[in-house]
Structure formats: structure tokens, C-alpha cells
Design a protein. Sequence first.
Length: 163
Amino acid sequence: MNDHKQHAHLAWHETMELHELVAFQTNYLMGFKMNAPHIKNPELKELYMNAIQGLEQNLKELLNYFPLAPVTGMRAMPDDDATAFYAAHLLIFAKTAVRNYAIAITETATPNLRQLLQKQLNQTIKLHGDAYQFMYTRGLYPSYDLNLLLKNDQKNANSAIKL
């Protein structure tokens, strides 16, 4: 039996992955756009411009799926764009670092290095928790309100595209 029923909305888990992709790409798009004017090397500047164009296209395409998210009645979010950007930048760094440390540990055969990586992983996990708590308590990362979370993603992605 081949059951490929088309649903009227995205599944919850794919909605969360969509959120992660949009938040990650939005933050880096803003950073790339802020850094690009300061890059002197023409080849590197071209790489940045290509990355900017690619991220803008990615976000435009991904934003088309937000109306399919299983949410209703989106509300407004408080504005503090600079603080939100810097905090999200730190949070995304910490999340990526945790993943990278976890992978590195699985590839480590030297006991002393493994111990060092585990120590640094734990420090990075704490940094992630602290950055998340900073954002959450200020309403910058409404992780328990999917409607607000996705509304924030859309606002930030559109701001990054227009930057």
C-alpha cells in the first residue's frame, strides 16, 4: 500500500527544522552583510556576495512554507533588533560548537585529548544554556510559543533580506 496523503500543513517536527534553518541563515546573512563592506580582498568579497545572494534566495524560498506551519493567531514581538541579533549569533555559535565537540569526541582516541574536549564541551553547553536563558527571559527566543517563534523568524528573515 502506498499512502502519500497530502496534508494541509507541515508536521510539527519539520516546522521546527524549518525554524532552525531560517534562524541560522538569517543570523549569518545579517552578519555577512555587515562584514562585506569591510572586506578588501576581491575574491573573498565575491565569495561573501555569492553567499549573501544564496542565503537571500534560500530564505525567500523557505519563507514560502511558513503559511503551512501548524499555527494560528500569530502575535507581535518586542523590538530590540541589535540585542536579538548579537544574542542569536552567540546562541547559534554555541549550538554549532556543541555539535562539533560531540563529533570530535567520537573521533578522538587519545584519552587526554578526549578529557579536554569533554571539559570544553561542558563549558560550551553551559554557554549555550546561558545564551538561551538570556534570550528567553527577554522575549527574544519564545521557544515555548511556536506561533511567536515563527513570526519572529519571518520578521528577522525579511529584515535580513532587506538589509
